[in-house]
Design a protein around this ligand. Structure first.
Ligand SMILES: *[C@@H]1O[C@H](CO)[C@@H](O)[C@H](O)[C@H]1NC(C)=O
Ligand SMILES: *[C@@H]1O[C@H](CO)[C@@H](O)[C@H](O)[C@H]1NC(C)=O
Ligand SMILES: [Mg+2]
Length: 275
């Protein structure tokens, strides 16, 4: 008896064409689309959220890189939770070399700018620094909650803050040392609440920020809107005679709203959006 494992030669051509068609159909269906217009309301407390799709096919890296550029340039606003398709991309970015490179460029430009300033050295030249994901890194919290795969957990984040174990964002810490050496005073303005002062002081110190002119925390009575609070605090600095030579934060809401400061620097953060 003859055992036939292969189709007959005359059946091969239609079979190959069928296979080719299958490959094309599967490929077209597997190419994910990335929704760029995000209309949901913004996060208020510095947390990432989740999107409706729990599991999504990964988007091509180029689409996610475009999304990240849109976020960093403030073209994409009001988003809550990174696109489900880009979770792998964002975690890879945050934990990889690109994030470090991007932070290094920000810190290098800021240092070059500060070193080129004509400084009076009168103790009134100030640099405003944000705390969360600027001076300190909350990567341990976000890595632990799937970079937005899990909804923002305020209880857990409060525990994280109370723990006072956040590491410094090391490029910003290096810049901090250079600013102090130039005689520029560092003023922290943070969206953390006033009841979190103690662990924030402890955490800043243990991370290497040993001295500062002021640490401004948000009164618990204030609403969640960051821009009026932070710009109002900067105005108070100006009214007190400070010249804000630089202002650095990971959110656009740290940087916009007069007085912005003579120059602003955006630290990369594709993990969450704070209005
Ligand atoms: C939020 O965090 C708290 C404290 O770590 C934990 O007990 C709780 O289960 C978390 N909630 C969710 C929905 O993950
Ligand atoms: C608090 O810190 C300890 C280590 O000191 C760590 O194991 C724990 O996960 C931290 N908890 C939070 C919520 O960050
Ligand atoms: Mg921040």
């Amino acid at each position: 008896m003859e055992l036939r494992l292969l189709p007959r030669r005359d059946a091969l051509v239609p079979l190959l064409m069928l296979l080719l068609l299958l490959v094309v159909v599967v490929h077209v269906h597997a190419t994910p689309r990335l929704e760029m217009v995000v209309t949901s309301s913004a996060a208020s407390g510095g947390g990432a959220g989740t999107t409706s799709r729990a599991r999504a096919a990964p988007a091509p890296a180029a689409a996610c890189a475009s999304w990240r550029l849109g976020v960093e340039t403030n073209n994409i606003r009001g988003w809550y939770g990174i696109p489900a398709e880009c979770r792998g991309y964002v975690s890879g970015y945050m934990l990889g070399e690109q994030f470090r490179q991007d932070c290094a460029v920000v810190a290098r430009e800021a240092a070059a700018y500060a070193e080129g300033l004509a400084l009076a050295g009168d103790g009134r030249e100030a640099w405003v620094l944000d705390v969360d994901d600027t001076a300190l890194s909350n990567l341990p919290y976000y890595a632990d909650t799937g970079f937005g795969a899990q909804p923002y957990n305020a209880t857990y984040f409060d525990e994280y803050v109370a723990n006072a174990t956040a590491p410094a964002l090391r490029e910003v810490l290096e810049l901090y040392g250079k600013l102090l050496a130039l005689g520029i005073r560092v003023v922290f303005i943070t969206g953390r609440h006033d009841y979190q002062r103690e662990p924030t002081v402890e955490n800043l110190r243990s991370a290497g920020y040993h001295t500062w002119e002021k640490l401004v925390l948000k009164p618990s009575s204030l609403g969640s809107s960051v821009v009026p609070y932070k710009s109002g605090e900067r105005q108070k600095l100006v009214d007190a005679g400070y010249r804000i030579v630089g202002n650095m934060g990971d959110q656009w809401s740290d940087l916009v709203g007069a007085p912005e400061g003579e120059r602003t620097f955006k630290v990369p953060d594709p993990m969450y959006y704070v209005a």
